[in-house]
Ligand binder design. Sequence first.
Ligand code: UDP
Ligand code: MN
Length: 273
Amino acid sequence: IYDSAVNKNISLNDIFISVKTTKHYQHTRLPIILKTWFQLAREQTWFFTDTDNRQLQDQTNGHMVNTNCSASHQRKHLCCKMSVEYDHFLESDKKWFCHFDDDNYVNVPRLVSILQKYNHQEDWYLGRTSVYEPVKIYKKPTNKLMFSFWFATGGAGFCISRSLALKMLPVASGGKFISICEGIRLPDDVSMGFIIEHMMKKNLTLVPEFHSHLEQMKLLIPETFRNQISFSYAKAKDEWNVVNVPGFDTRYDPTRFLSLHCFLFPHFKFCPR
Ligand code: UDP
Ligand code: MN
């Protein structure tokens, strides 16, 4: 049966997958991505980092971009990276801009199939919120509510259609994204929500298949892994917040991403059979 709600014209090659990373994680987080999901989207995935590394450049076929942003977790420097990610997307010929963090596992086929439900020639901001109410901006000194907006958590990943990205061009391209971040003094993902919801007047569309480590990863059920777009992990003190998936020993695979990858794609060479 022909399903008119599904836009079969979109394929993996229409997606610009950008991953924010840093030299601090190049020996810990990057290798896990390169061994797993990156192998399913080698041509479409780009890494935005803050250093040069010949070996990683070779392993990714030149897909490491040195943003020349500082290597720090400060708002300004994270906004700097997001700004470069967005500008690189604009210069690409892709139909969708999808951002992820380097502690995300991206279920590549599912990302494609979900984007097929939306028209890239329309304005779409797809992601998942991590807060229960919108960000509220108050006027000083009266504390009168000026406006509020939602944003998609960067740590879960989000996607923006080309149509919407082009509308943002006058206010956000060529590094202007950084000025907006600085102006409202909010993190990169929140600033993205500000630009899209408040300035562009386009609403975030909730796509619950994106996941960040702000959720409890163990609550995800293996039967539904295949339907999810992204996963994450985090370690707080001695506790890991990780996907509960059978597979490799936790000493070898503490993040569970190797096991998750084998759960989804058991034919991979490194997977037990
Ligand atoms: N990151 C970065 N520079 C830094 C620290 C972090 O670019 O100095 C990136 C990191 O690679 C990741 C994202 O910012 O893609 C979020 O970092 P992390 O997971 O450490 O922190 P979280 O915000 O999730 O607590
Ligand atoms: Mn994180």
